[in-house]
Ligand binder design. Sequence first.
Ligand code: SF4
Ligand code: SF4
Ligand code: SF4
Ligand code: FES
Length: 700
Amino acid sequence: MITLIIDDVEVKVPKGTTILDAALQNDIYIPHLCSHPDLPPVEQLKPADFIYRGNECLENKKPDLQYEGCELCVVEIDEMEGLHLSCNTKVSKGMAVRTMSPEIENSRRDRLMFIFERHPHACLTCAQKEGCARFPCSTNIPELERCCSKFGRCEFQKVAEYVGLKPETPRYIYKDLPHIKKDPLFDRDYNVCIGCSRCIRVCREVRGVEALDFIFDEEERVVIGNVSLTLRESACRFCTACVEVCPTGALMDKEPFEEVPCQNACPVGIDVPRYVRLIAEGRFDESYAVVRERLPLPSVCSYICLSFCENECRRGEVNDPVGIRALKRFVSENHSDLWKKNLKPPVPTGKKVAIVGSGPAGLTAAYHLARKGHELTIFEQAPLPGGMLRQAISRKRLPKKALEEDIEEILRTGVNLLLNSPKIQIDELFEEGFDAVFLATGSTYMGPPTFDLSSSREGVFAGGDAVVGGISEDFIHQVRGENGNGFFYKLINQLSLHRGDSSRSAVKAIASGRKAAEDIDKYLGGDGNVDESLLPSDEIKQWLGREENFADIKRLSPSFKPPIPQYAGLSKVESPLTREEAMNEAKRCLRCELRLLFEKPILPPKKKLWIEFSPENVAAVPEVEGLFQLLDENEKVIYIKGTMNLHKEIEEQLETNENARYFMYEQDEMFTKKESELLQQYIAEHGEMPEGNRELDDLF
Ligand code: SF4
Ligand code: SF4
Ligand code: SF4
Ligand code: FES
């Protein structure tokens, strides 16, 4: 460990840490823009010879120049001349660092001014900005000169507010640079780009794609663009890492990105990105284990799932969604028993659960509850298990083999299956020693099962199509009773079975069975967590690598076999993917999950705007033109004043103003204008002048 001093505080950090990281790790904020927690520091970034932006090819105007960074992170180091970049200077033993001084502040503000000459900033300097709705603009600044739509959530804005803008920062003139909206997933507005190079570095050094680059213009400003005419031709993989790290509104998602959409859309929450990645890596057994973590009917789903995940897949915005269901089918048919290696033997709970119906909801609940150590019995009125999976879905869509494989695996958990058991008396089940009953009777496809119920009671649950299929609302009411503890899971599309959409209902029924298992386990004294970890976590690499024409690689639709003779005239049968096809299809995934791994940059602390109104603090106020505000003990503004001499005027107030407890001041040559703006803002907010200003008005 290295011990050093930062702003008079002794800190200890590992050898090799930069001064910036050492400070941030110890809650000492140093402003920074080009630095990002997931990016290596900028070190003499060489420009390209040319880049493409919009329809233009732009040539580098400064071949001998290199980008050295935003230079906002400068600090002073004892016994070293000048200012130093804290983001690429490593700590050393006994080093003494100062993060704030008039020179440092001036240098940072100069750098900001350079950036703001080319970045809209009217909203940042506007006296009305606090609480302003922005539309319409109260000072009539043209929209394109104000700020971008990220105002209020912009990292650059927060850093700029912390550093402070110089009053002489020139007005921004809109340059009408390209605002590219034609690409999928994100838009690029180069009018608000500050040339920090984060996007280039993340694309190059973290993703290994190199779709972006930069040149210098005549004014030595960084100009960002693609390496080829379009983003697609530049081999962009649409991973949106560049959007994630951009500190401004220059790169913006078309739709907010908060979670991985395929996983979120899956009714049982399978970790889709993980199993797709494992297929791309040729690790099929591992991929199957990931599917099994949340789904006890993988073969069934690989045939009949309606692919809610594919509907949301972001690759669909680029060209076609990833063939996720076909991939699940591939691993369902090409796997070993590796997934069983990490199955923990269930600890018997001594509790007994009866499940009425062996359709998708019943089978799913049975599997999860058996894995939680409960003793399970399924009562099925039909001679064969499967419910709607067997009765309502054609064998052409769901082969018998797939269904039977999944059922067999569920029965291996020790579930007891009683076939040809149509008449169920719920009270009798409890008398026989069952602690809970799950009604998963499915639809009326085979005619409703019969129930006898003498009284309302706890411990009865219902799910799947049972809720509106086999069981009437009256029955539900009876079971639930006034204060009953039974739970009923209504499915959004449960009626669809009766309209012929069995597979939609089946997948939702599986999700319902899982939910029922969670609640029944809780009811029986468990933790209600039916998740299983069947594959230890592995290291996830952020590196994707460059692949020409990645965005245009077409989806590998499964090839088709000629129809089986007895189904001639009906739709064709899907052929499975080959090993190579499966890997290639999985490689089309944009790896959306990687974006969630980025750390959020550390933002400036909220500045305390006012200080105690004490003789010591007032003594430090310079004798310059500016504006000050006094606040009472409740931190309410009681006086606003612009003056030629801040020190003199505030000192007078210290002697005469009995109510002031805090104050704030700022240097400003245009103090009269600023005073009237702040007073107007105050009146707009409070409907009257501040107390101290009112007294003065009365005097005159
Ligand atoms: S590959 Fe990713 S980081 Fe690079 S430009 Fe495309 S979306 Fe941005
Ligand atoms: S697009 Fe964003 S990340 Fe890239 S240089 Fe501009 S401001 Fe920085
Ligand atoms: S591209 Fe991959 S991670 Fe992204 S939504 Fe599609 S399957 Fe999921
Ligand atoms: S943060 Fe150090 S140069 Fe930008």
